[in-house]
Design a protein around this ligand. Sequence first.
Ligand code: COA
Ligand code: AMP
Length: 636
Amino acid sequence: MGYAEIYDRALRDPESFWGEAAGAIHWDAPWEKVLDDSGAPFYRWFPGGRLNTCYNALDRHVDAGRGDQPAVIYDSPVTGTKRSIRYREMRDEVALFAGALARLGVGKGDRVIIYMPMVPEALISMLACARIGAVHSVVFGGFSAHELAARIDDARPRVVVAGSCGIEPSRVVPYKPMLDRAIEQAEHKPEHCIILQRPQGPATMVPGRDLEWSEALVGAEPQGCVSVAATDPLYILYTSGTTGRPKGVVRDNGGHAVALQWSMEHVYGVKPGEVYWAASDVGWVVGHSYIVYGPLLHGCTTIVYEGKPVGTPDPGAFWRVIAEHGVSVMFTAPTAFRAIKKEDPRAEYLARHDLTGFRALFLAGERCDPDTLNWAAAMLDRPVIDHWWQTETGWPIAGNFLGIERLPVKPGSAGRPVPGYDVCILDDQGDEVPAGTMGRIMLRLPMPPGCLLTLWNNDRRFREAYLDHIPGYYLTGDSGYLDEDSDLYVMGRIDDTINVAGHRLSSGAMEEILAAHPAVAECAVIAVADDLKGSLPLGLVVVKSGVTQEPDDLCRELVAKVRDEIGPVAAFRKVVVVDRLPKTRSGKILRGVMRRIADNEAYQTPATIDDPAILDEIRTRLRTIGYANVSADGEV
Ligand code: COA
Ligand code: AMP
């Protein structure tokens, strides 16, 4: 069957389609119904079914004879370490760590926050939670204590598992002091912390609360897999919303396992036993789905890479990993390839490695500019596939289908809708627009298995943020269009979030931090184009009257404040003081126009602007920090 036929079948008869796909998963008890729509717009997949995700990711492969196959290859150029963990060893290490958690009182439904660098113990912690039915919530290491505290208060974990430090090429990042500060700030106090001591930056323990990883394992009883309901939560993953309060995306066990296993075979076209590498971080959804669960559910070998695309030690790092570990299919963000292209434009490092078994590169996380895609395809001489999805869906919404049919790649497009997703482009009134016309990208309900169930403890916010805009549809938050062939073009976000190096961040949260400074009267944060990271945040602030602080000094303070409260990952480095912000007569700040001015794009002065002269002032100020180098009429 080709793509078109499979796509039609999945939409026409989702129950038979996904019921059949679920046959690839081991169930402890069969489901009563494939799809329960009785609580629409809340849908549940496989109600009545029981399974264990960790069993499906590890034990069943050992039982089926894959015990000696590497499950995880840890490759860490920043520490000079390599380690291969076979499926049998992984199962045993996970079972033992699950015993350590159980001994601290963690059981089914309890939450565990994981704040770890890219080490195998991060995967072991996640799978150990899944094994005993606990709900993990992984927090990316580049987030600050403040962000970690917000997640602790929302998820209310019994235990936090953390690394003592992360290792960035330029420095060791102590995680433990960040964790201590977060617990101090949070209202909810976890009972225990388990700390993986790393020799590069050992942590100081809090007696009575903290245990070292090795200590936690002593005398722990290996745990078996607890059978959970298909609809029970497997994890919570926080993603940036339009305000400082992150949204806790909740994923189930059953639908998730079915969707990820299906995607490994049909989207990525990999077979059990092959090596699949997602160069991302376990703190992001890409890490959850395609470093941990997808490859392991499918019986592949996954790679945990603790390094960067460049500088660890050179722009040939990715090629070395592919060649050395026999990677068949790789997934990363376009930013990584922009970084490689910048340092090695002729891909001279590529020629030093044998990539014979490498079949395809998938890119996602941000819009992929055609230049980067074309460059990667020319250098690699293999399919380079842009595909689109988000934390909420957990797996691709649009892409190409190496396991079904390789469709023509159109640079600039994220491919065709994935079977199970009914992708629609709607205008503000909720009407479908013709092919080629931009609009909001919406998904007609129900979404396929694997997508978010709700937001943690907040069904209301889930409805308001995603479902209430146009009844019967899920709002992706992206804008774009479908062409005549149903190829999708994702052009950008329609909310106050921005994408920096493939990471979704909240410009609204950055504005809240700037606005809280005593010298700031009002502010705006916009995303400006960046050659490497796709976009970068830029702050514009209006100072309160009577403030005498030097603007440069204030800007430095604001940069430090955002770094402290969100984390280095925000890459917030530029702020400029302006006299006024452009607004409509009803007081809405014209962020879009400022962004266009900064990026030298053509724009029209909105008819509703209260004072058009402000735009010239903004342009003048932006020039002082290297933006807006072209005048409105296109002259430099
Ligand atoms: N723990 C602590 N700090 C971290 C961190 C972590 N896990 N990850 C990143 N940081 C810090 C970095 O050290 C950097 O700090 P700095 O401001 O002091 O330099 C900051 O957060 C920004 O990091 P990063 O986005 O990695 O930028 P970079 O300039 O260090 O590297 C790239 C640029 C292109 C090499 C890098 O962005 C990259 O590898 N991108 C790939 C994209 C990717 O993996 N996306 C995931 C979604 S698929
Ligand atoms: P996150 O949930 O952090 O992974 O961010 C998801 C968002 O990143 C999407 O909603 C898009 O805005 C953007 N994104 C991800 N992949 C793509 C892509 N292939 N093309 C364009 N934008 C993308």
